[in-house]
Design a protein around this ligand. Sequence first.
Ligand code: NAD
Ligand code: MG
Length: 406
Amino acid sequence: MGKTDTDRGQSKEKAWLFFYKMEVDFVKKIAILGSTGSIGTQTLEIVRDNPDLQVVGLAAGSNIDLFEKQVREFKPRLVSLKSEAACKELRTRLADMTVEIVPGMDGLIQIAEMEESQVLVTAIVGMIGIRPTIAAINKHKDIALANKETLVTAGHIIMPLAASMGVSILPVDSEHSAIFQSMQGENKDRISKLLITASGGPFRGRTREELEKVQLEDALKHPNWSMGHKITIDSATLVNKGLEVMEAKWLFQVDLDRIQVVVHPQSIIHSMVEYADGGIMAQLGMPDMKLPIQYALFYPDRRPMAGKRVDFYELGSITFEKPDMETFIGLKLAMKAAAGGGSMPTVFNAANEKAVSLFLNRKISFLQIPEIIEMCMEAHQKIANPDVDAILAVEQETYERINMKF
Ligand code: NAD
Ligand code: MG
């Protein structure tokens, strides 16, 4: 018997429902804060390679040209740029598209909370990430976390909140992803030590006298990783490793005295976990952030990924050293801030953010970065358990202290 139009209509509807359901089941909807940056653009490369990822929200600072291209390509429903002027310009450029544009912190928070999004990728730089991250967790979004400054300063708020909301904080930072990967299938109670590897940055092996003369251009030349400017400078001062120790403490709930930094200049081992029996699990790979970003987005799956593989014959050997904390006092100060706890990591981080921006603007020398951090830490009256308002007030106070001198 031939099919009637009604039959055809019904089976069409069934097919549509089937594909709609497939989409609901299989398409992961994500929003990205910091889409024009190093992590943001690499996240979008992964979206390009995986049709079951869909971008529903995008936010960035001020790179309108790149942002316009991203919005045209990925067609998110809601987007944000830092200033109202930038958003107005974007509105004019995107007159032919239906996309909602909300500037500044309001935009970041609305994107973090988007009903249709499942995962928020926090690829923004600095403490500006705190409020949107909290907003997303409160709306039950999983967090693919690159923005380490948020955990360093507000880890005592973020981690318990995530646990109470049943939200996963999936690390994007390569070291933390390596630790996370090295913990799969293991009993967390049997961890004896986290071993965080560090390349040592472009100035490994230099003396303090030699560091006095280094220029911005030298500090921006990282030997192994291509990253945003702020984190590249943080890698040269070893402040980045200090921030990562604090990030690891919060993410994995391991005491500071069981976190060890190991300099490993080739950046092939991305970090390790030592267990109670002395066994050490490590994750190795080429230094390419796309792997940890993709792992966070598809965890626990490991999707195929193109790119160069580690060739052990070509590599020959890998080496290890103790970090030189007397020359790179940024790491020593980070350990001190971490041990102090409370608002001290906020002072450490805020002072570093400000000092790095002064260094990037050629206002201070390389060695003044840790000097400024130390000055701010010494002047600060610690608050034991700061809430978000107190954290942001300490950030302001630290900025003002630096502004008075520079
Ligand atoms: P980046 O400077 O390349 O990019 C930062 C992004 O944030 C840009 O899109 C910028 O427009 C946006 N942004 C900055 N201020 C903003 C504001 N006020 N409002 C809206 N958007 C704003 O930085 P990155 O290197 O991609 O690093 C991002 C974060 O990831 C940092 O916390 C960094 O420590 C961490 N991280 C980066 C790497 C890496 O390989 N780049 C590795 C590990 C961790
Ligand atoms: Mg890292």
